[in-house]
Write a protein that binds this ligand. Structure first.
Ligand SMILES: [Zn+2]
Length: 385
């Protein structure tokens, strides 16, 4: 069904239309549909994102399409902006964690079991607690902790509904520790790098998904007027002020930079370890991305980002480029903050699964594709000559 909307909102200049008030006044759940949005230019895409439309990351700039979920309220934003869309799924059924995925409890137990089984090369570290008091766990893998080896961070699970990246982070822990002493390359990486893996940055959001809210993205902070959740990947202190200020938006920035314990846990880890290279895994869109998120102008380190990022993307058949030019403008994202603050070659990836939480069989295909890439990423953190 094609919606031809004739009522156009006159947008003045290229500034972003201001947020004009709560999109809904009660905490009654809004039914959601999944749609494909047709945008005519990147400015429209940025307006939609700013106005709180839950856009997916699968932007196809050539065709001018992107997926989204719509509530009756955000549908009005598309109407305002005279943007067409096709309805793909009229009413989304939410069903929790699909069969085969590890639960939050299993993931935590597994991380601790790996550390216990490999005490000379792996340590379980609690980075902090989530808003609801759940531990945010990391596994540090190196045979020489605290010796200043080039450090690498691999994270997943900031956006709760994006399930396969969490499984890949978990599998990569196993790959590194199981390969130690058996595989020459993996052994060398454990001896010459300090690798930190954070499989679930946002455990409260993940618990919500497991409890049935399979489209939950943000953390679970209670906000005014029944809104809930801050996007931890818009809560970092990088161009935060221009981020999304609507508590009902799926990309809500929060009340202040690093207002959320989950983003503070990542801030503190990054500040302590000063990672040379990092990767934050998301789903979906089939992209390897790097800063900046807030502007289309590339950073001075564009050649270094491109050399590594394009290689990863080519192996996967993904798109590659800056966040702002490949998806849409973002403010306060972790990769951009980490790069600006510490010069980390901080990447983000969107897997290409075509759904946030696909059937678990899909994870095997992702793992085959990503396993060599994760090894290459750790390798890319070069020791000083
Ligand atoms: Zn994401």
């Amino acid at each position: 069904m094609k919606h031809r909307i004739l009522l156009a909102l006159a947008l003045t200049g290229c500034g972003v239309a201001p947020y004009v008030g709560p999109e809904r006044m009660t905490d009654a759940p809004s039914p959601r549909s999944v749609v494909q949005v047709h945008f005519k230019d990147r400015a429209t895409l940025d307006h939609l994102s700013q106005r709180g439309v839950d856009l997916f990351e699968n932007v196809d700039a050539a065709r001018g399409t992107v997926g989204a979920t719509l509530t009756p309220e955000t549908q009005l934003v598309l109407k305002d902006l005279a943007v067409d869309f096709d309805v793909m799924v009229p009413t989304l059924a939410e069903a929790g964690l699909p069969d085969g995925y590890l639960t939050l409890d299993q993931l935590a137990a597994d991380l601790k079991a790996i550390a216990a089984a490999h005490p000379t090369i792996a340590r379980a570290v609690e980075l902090g607690k989530s808003l609801e008091g759940r531990p945010i766990l990391a596994l540090e893998i190196t045979s020489k902790p605290g010796q200043g080896l080039p450090a690498v961070r691999i994270g997943a699970g900031q956006h709760a509904r994006e399930l396969p990246p969490v499984e890949l982070a978990n599998r990569f822990m196993h790959q590194l520790v199981d390969g130690y002493g058996k595989d020459a390359k993996l052994t060398a990486l454990v001896d010459t790098r300090d690798t930190w893996i954070v499989p679930v940055v946002n455990p409260d959001g993940r618990a919500k998904v497991e409890a049935g809210k399979s489209m939950w993205r943000k953390n679970t902070r209670q906000l005014a007027q029944g809104a809930q959740g801050v996007d931890t990947n818009r809560n970092c202190d990088s161009h935060w002020a221009s981020g999304n200020s609507s508590p009902f938006s799926e990309a809500y920035r929060g009340t202040a930079p690093f207002s959320e314990p989950e983003s503070r846990a990542m801030r503190d880890l990054c500040s302590k370890q000063r990672f040379k290279v990092s990767l934050d895994m998301h789903n979906f869109g089939g992209m390897v991305l790097w800063p900046p998120g807030h502007t289309a102008t590339p950073s001075k380190d564009e050649p270094a980002f491109k050399a590594i990022g394009s290689k990863l993307a080519d192996h996967l058949g993904y798109k590659a480029g800056t966040i702002a030019t490949t998806i849409y403008v973002t403010d306060g994202d972790l990769a951009s903050w980490e790069y600006e603050k510490f010069g980390t070659l901080a990447f983000a990836a969107e897997l290409d699964d075509g759904a946030f939480g696909p059937a678990h069989e899909r994870v095997e295909k992702d793992w085959q594709a990503w396993s060599p890439n994760l090894v290459a990423l750790v390798e890319a953190a070069k020791p000083a000559p």
